[in-house]
Design a protein around this ligand. Sequence first.
Ligand code: IDP
Ligand code: MG
Length: 163
Amino acid sequence: MNQESMLERTLVLLKPCIVMRGLMGEIITRFERKGLRIVGMKMLQMDDELLRQHYSHLVSKPFFPILRDSMQASPVVAMCVEGLEAVRVVRAMAGVTNGRDAAVGTIRGDYSMSGQQNVVHASDSPLAAKEELARFFRPDEVFDFGDINLDVLYAADEVDRKA
Ligand code: IDP
Ligand code: MG
C-alpha cells in the first residue's frame, strides 16, 4: 500500500475559549466543509495529569499554570479527524500559534486575538497524532467510516479503497 494513499488521523481539541464563546459549531463546520471526516468526537474535562501529558513540552515554562487554567476553564471537545495527509492539512487550517500572527482565513487567524486562547489544538506530526489520539480516545470511540464518501472526496487513484 502506498504510504501517501492511506488516510491519516489527527487529534483536534476545541479549546475552552471557543467552547465558552459558543462557537464550537463554526469550527467543526470548517473541518466538515474541507472534506475531512470526523470519525470520533467527545466533550471532556481535562484533569491535571492529562494536561501535563498533553503539554509535556511546556510543563516547565513560566506560563504553564496560566495555560493549564485556561485549558481547564470548561470542557474541551476532542475530535479524531481523518483524511489524506490530515495532520499537515489540519495544522495549515489552524494557522500559526499566535492568533494575531495567524493568516486571515486560518482558524486562529479568523477567531483569535491571542497567543494562548487560540481556539484549537492540532497534532503537529503523524507520530504525535498517534500518541495524542491514544491519550484521548479508546479504540471503540473512533469509528471506521469505510469507503462511504471517498468517491466524492478524492480521485479514484488518490486513496486506497477497502475493496
Ligand atoms: P501549537 O498549539 O501551535 O502547537 P505549542 O508551542 O505546542 O503551539 O503550544 C501549545 C499551546 O500553548 C499553544 O497553542 C498556546 O495555547 C500555548 N502557548 C504556547 N506558547 C505560549 C506562550 O509563549 N505564552 C502563552 N501560551 C503559550
Ligand atoms: Mg503543539
